[in-house]
Write a protein that binds this ligand. Structure first.
Ligand SMILES: NC(=O)c1ccc[n+]([C@@H]2O[C@H](COP(=O)([O-])OP(=O)(O)OC[C@H]3O[C@@H](n4cnc5c(N)ncnc54)[C@H](OP(=O)(O)O)[C@@H]3O)[C@@H](O)[C@H]2O)c1
Length: 275
């Protein structure tokens, strides 16, 4: 498998989405956020995943403008927060995000969570943003199969991406199979289970075999599983480490062993518990 830092996944509308990027949740400290984003862009990260609720869209915009990269060389995702969902509200929330970012378009815009009674209208607004060419791809986050089925029944434009919690302790096989059948790409959030699984014996053993860290093994597992992966770190050395996953390959046996760590364990909420 010839994966590189700039490998992409072709979304069903033909847009090439980077397979790897920096997640920026819990980067509220301005200087820390700017330094982390600058380090990532310097190391060649091709994408940044933010959200209105992360309160760092301004920093994302600044980091991109301060870098040597052109806007169009970076793939930027943001998300509409739960309290701003609904058709008109989403259009307004998008405008506010764009304003904070200082961009005139986004690569991908997602419904952050499927708020009951709202998520279908939210997605309808995202379709309009796509029609108006303000976003290059539409998507959702934290949508189970039953949420997607409700959207698919009405959608003019099938979501291109579903961003869900996914890591070796929550492998989400049935939802992955459903999304593969519908040609919806999956981005793994909390790909390292927020650090919880990095001490697992099975991972330590595999990591030792390749002279890699357990974080690198887990990120490689996501990539070899055909997932898009957005690990977060504020530490420049970890930002570099997390991108150092292109000089080794996991065997089919390693992959199976990592798959078997699944416990259906969530670090975040189950989308069905959302009120
Ligand atoms: N759509 C959603 O609802 C949703 C929800 C959650 C997250 N996300 C997205 O997914 C991204 C990633 O998820 P996440 O931030 O929850 O968790 P994560 O990427 O699984 O883990 C981040 C944690 O692991 C630590 N870490 C990072 N690299 C490491 C390494 N090489 N060795 C040891 N520890 C390491 C980080 O600490 P330091 O920062 O101190 O290095 C941080 O505490 C988010 O930033 C966000 O963009 C989306």
């Amino acid at each position: 498998m010839d994966l590189t830092l700039t490998s992409t996944k072709t979304l069903h509308n033909g847009v090439e989405m980077p397979r790897f990027g920096l997640g920026v949740f819990k980067m509220k400290n301005r200087d820390e956020a700017l330094a982390a984003m600058a380090a990532a862009i310097d190391h060649g990260y091709p994408a940044i995943d933010t959200a209105a609720i992360y309160e760092n869209e301004r920093e994302v915009g600044e980091a991109v403008r301060a870098s040597s990269k052109k806007r169009e060389d970076l793939f930027i995702t943001s998300k509409v927060w739960n309290s701003e969902q609904g058709y008109d509200e989403t259009l307004r929330a998008f405008e506010a995000s764009l304003e904070r970012l200082g961009f005139d378009y986004l690569d991908l815009y997602l419904t952050h969570w499927p708020v009951p009674g709202k998520f279908e209208e939210t997605y309808r607004a995202i379709e309009r943003l796509y029609d108006e060419k303000l976003i290059r791809a539409t998507g959702v986050s934290n949508h189970h199969e039953h949420h997607l089925e409700r959207l698919l029944a009405k959608a003019n434009i099938k979501p291109m991406v579903n961003q869900i919690e996914l890591h070796p302790q929550l492998t989400q096989e049935p939802l992955r199979a459903f999304c593969a059948k519908e040609d919806i790409a999956i981005t793994s959030w909390s790909p390292l289970a927020r650090g919880r699984l990095l001490g697992e014996d099975a991972l330590t053993e595999i990591a030792a075999k390749y002279g890699k860290t357990t974080a690198q093994v887990v990120i490689r597992w996501h990539l070899q599983s055909d997932l898009i992966v957005i690990p977060k770190s504020v530490k420049p050395e970890r930002i570099q480490e997390n991108a150092g996953v292109y000089d080794f390959s996991l065997t089919a046996e390693d992959m199976k062993q990592i798959d078997s760590l699944n416990q259906d364990w969530r670090s975040g909420s189950n989308p069905d518990d959302l009120k």
